[in-house]
Design a protein around this ligand. Structure first.
Ligand code: DC
Length: 209
């Protein structure tokens, strides 16, 4: 079984993906980490983020075994990932790994921007998680504070708006709900309520098919 979760930056899709995977005993892949890992190599090697060929080369040779590096979660990496993820050859280079991951028994949960629309178009359940930009910025601000990163709320909100704009308007695999996705707005839900709502949607969907 495959559960595809898409949504904008800081919508809570990663947390939901993790909790759903634990609930069902499935593997979980936060696909944003793949793009962040490409960005990490680019930045570490002082490569220009606008160099599409270099980004493609890095994606083709990406070592996917170190996705737990806490540095990947930082704001700088998210911004850089948003840039290089706009390059179609980079996306193509990361596709096979994601599809292989999705196909493992007994099931997998993948979250990202194009899981329901490109990576796993045949997913059993497709969720599109969204929340107001101000609420997403508030959550991201708290999360970064907990990690000791001092960033202004207004800077984070600006960053989220810029990333939404870039992720939704790019030519390659723009962020949008798949035609058969169910949208869950978590603006007024805390983490537990969002998980319960997502679980109910998954159960309803799998019961009806
Ligand atoms: O979900 P995230 O913030 O970790 O993602 C970082 C960037 O990677 C995001 O701005 C867009 C890109 N991304 C993507 O294009 N496709 C995905 N499936 C996941 C992330």
């Amino acid at each position: 079984m495959i559960i595809a979760i898409d949504g904008p930056a800081a919508s809570g899709k990663g947390t939901l993906g993790k909790r759903l995977s634990e609930h069902f005993g499935f593997a979980h892949l936060d696909t944003g980490l793949l793009y962040r890992a490409v960005a990490r190599v680019m930045l570490d090697r002082d490569l220009d983020l606008n160099d599409r060929d270099a980004a493609h080369e890095v994606a083709l040779n990406l070592d996917v075994t170190h996705l737990d590096d806490p540095r990947l979660r930082g704001a700088q990496m998210g911004e850089a990932a948003s840039v290089i993820s706009g390059y179609q050859p980079v996306r193509d280079a990361l596709l096979a790994f994601q599809r292989q991951f999705a196909d493992q028994p007994p099931g997998a949960v993948l979250d990202g921007r194009d899981i329901g629309t490109v990576v796993c178009t045949h997913a059993d359940v497709k969720l599109f998680i969204t929340a107001a930009p101000e609420e997403r910025a508030r959550r991201r601000h708290l999360e970064l504070q907990k990690r000791g990163e001092q960033t202004e709320y207004s800077t984070i909100l600006e960053d989220i708006r810029r990333r939404d704009e870039r992720d939704m308007n790019r030519a390659s695999a723009p962020l949008k709900p798949a035609a058969d996705a169910v949208t869950l707005d978590t603006t007024h839900l805390d983490a537990d309520a969002a998980f319960q709502a997502a679980l109910d949607l998954v159960k309803a969907k799998t019961a009806s098919s």
